[in-house]
Design a protein around this ligand. Structure first.
Ligand SMILES: [Zn+2]
Length: 162
């Protein structure tokens, strides 16, 4: 693995320049004690990750989402409170497992929150469906009722049921 001293990215051997910031001079082989960029996350996710890293005894640091990553300018989903997470290079694989678990957990939490917010909309949809059914029932009743009245009149005039 290689390491970029400028942006603290860890990446595969074979890259001449840092795939994140494009620098060449700052790239060197990684050492276990380097703090390597893991992930960026919103504050909530980052704090959960910090708790898990504490439990797992993984050295980490949370920093304000850095300007060294230009891509954030184009990404409207990134909040100014977002954090960049760095972990000890030797712990990168474990840390990656932990952060992806946490992301799944947070995604699930947020999904169920969204479903809760969707409730009024679903209710409205049901009300619309039920009113449509009632409307069709009324139309059917009118049509069938008209038929029944017509048949009754025929029977009255001609003396035979249709
Ligand atoms: Zn770099």
């Amino acid at each position: 693995m290689l390491y970029c001293e400028k942006c603290r990215s860890a990446f595969e051997d074979g890259n001449q320049k840092c795939p994140t910031c494009g620098k060449i001079k700052t790239v060197r082989p990684i050492t276990d004690d380097d703090m390597a960029y893991l992930n960026s996350a919103d504050e909530y996710t980052a704090n959960l990750a910090a708790e898990e890293f504490d439990k797992a005894n993984i050295a980490y640091s949370l920093e304000k989402f850095g300007s060294e990553r230009v891509s954030y300018i184009y990404d409207s989903e990134i909040m100014p409170t977002d954090k960049s997470i760095y972990v000890k290079a030797s712990e990168l694989p474990r840390a990656m497992g932990i952060i992806s678990d946490i992301r799944m957990r947070v995604d699930k939490e947020r999904e169920s929150e969204e479903q809760f917010e969707d409730m009024p909309q679903k209710k409205r949809m049901w009300i619309q469906i039920i009113s449509l059914i009632l409307f069709l029932a009324v139309v059917a009743a009118v049509v069938l009722g008209a038929d029944w009245i017509a048949n009754s009149l025929k029977a009255l005039f001609y003396g035979t049921a249709a």
